[in-house]
Design a protein around this ligand. Structure first.
Ligand code: GRG
Length: 298
């Protein structure tokens, strides 16, 4: 039987992620119900599930078992969901729309949203430590470590701090890139590396190629996000469009203009493909994901 095309594969992957998360998240029937309800609200029923797909795609390169990849993908998506809940809070981006529905603090309340984000983060690490993800426990420890670094002050949370500090400032291109390498890129890179480590050990060159790919798609993701923020409607994006410009946040579009930002996304896609070239047919889904990230309309 031939492999499914990318739309079918991505639909199947997103559906699988939804089912896995629904089974792993605590039930709303269990106390504290309101907190569990908010966690499920934030993590289920929406999102493109790009990061889980990167985990699955990288796992195909290293021949990883599906059950291991599902846990790694769930951990990454829980961290992503937590970051969105906290990012939307009044003390940060103060947003009311996410994934086409009211943000978590609007649907529940600020304190519940804060706790839901905290608990989603803890659950992610719980999953990585209570399930076998690699044959060698030292590799698994290394995976938890790289994930913790990617989420923390030298990764996503640090990127968010740089972002908050940048409001109203004119950043240079290297400064903007540094912010996004941390804020968006770190978790995307961790997704690819976690997926790869779930399988057979890869040689350092292959791991290096995957890392280069991840850095390119991480940056491309943000460049495209900025282009869409400038071009698309809130209805298409499922979140408030045009907000960055209104808040005086530097973006790729404000720093280099729309045409050059589009060109940069194309260059990064090309570089991502180049990084995958030595990995052969097993890297097909990662190649298609780079295309999806750059060509998406939402
Ligand atoms: C609060 C610690 C902390 C971090 C927040 C990632 C992040 C840092 C904030 C998200 C805000 C944002 C809009 C960032 C730009 C890029 C991005 C991560 C967009 C949202 O990701 P998608 O498009 O969302 O993958 P879906 O809903 O499809 O999962």
């Amino acid at each position: 039987m031939s492999a499914p095309d990318f739309p079918a594969w991505s639909r199947e992957s997103a559906g699988r992620m939804e089912a896995v998360l629904a089974g792993l998240l605590p039930s709303s029937r269990i106390a504290p119900s309101r907190l569990h309800d908010a966690m499920r609200y934030a993590a289920l029923g929406g999102g493109k599930r790009v990061r889980p797909m990167l985990v699955f795609g990288a796992g195909l390169v290293s021949g990883a078992e599906a059950s291991r990849l599902e846990i790694a993908a769930a951990a990454v998506e829980l961290i992503h969901a937590y970051s969105l809940v906290h990012d939307d809070l009044p003390c940060m981006d103060d947003d009311v729309l996410r994934r086409g529905k009211p943000t978590c603090h609007v649907e529940f309340d600020e304190a519940t949203a804060l706790l839901a984000g905290d608990a989603l983060q803890s659950l992610a690490f719980q999953l990585l430590t209570e399930n076998r993800l690699a044959d060698d426990p030292r590799v698994q420890l290394q995976m938890v470590h790289l994930f913790a670094v990617a989420c923390g002050s030298r990764g996503m949370a640090g990127g968010q701090a740089i972002d908050l500090d940048a409001v109203g400032k004119a950043l240079t291109l290297p400064e903007l890139e540094n912010m996004h390498i941390h804020k968006t890129g770190a978790l995307i890179r961790a997704s690819v590396l976690l997926g790869a480590h779930c399988g057979e050990p890869l040689d350092p060159q292959s791991l290096g190629n995957l890392d280069r790919y991840a850095k390119c798609v991480g940056l491309a993701f943000q460049v495209v996000d900025d282009v869409l923020d400038a071009e698309a409607s809130s209805a298409t994006l499922g979140k408030t469009a045009g907000k960055d410009a209104r808040q005086g946040k530097p973006t790729y579009v404000s720093v280099m203009g729309l045409a050059r930002a589009r060109e940069l996304a194309r260059e990064l896609r090309h570089n991502a493909h180049e990084a995958l070239a030595p990995l052969g047919a097993e890297a097909r889904r990662l190649r298609e994901l780079a295309d999806f990230i750059v060509l998406r309309k939402f």
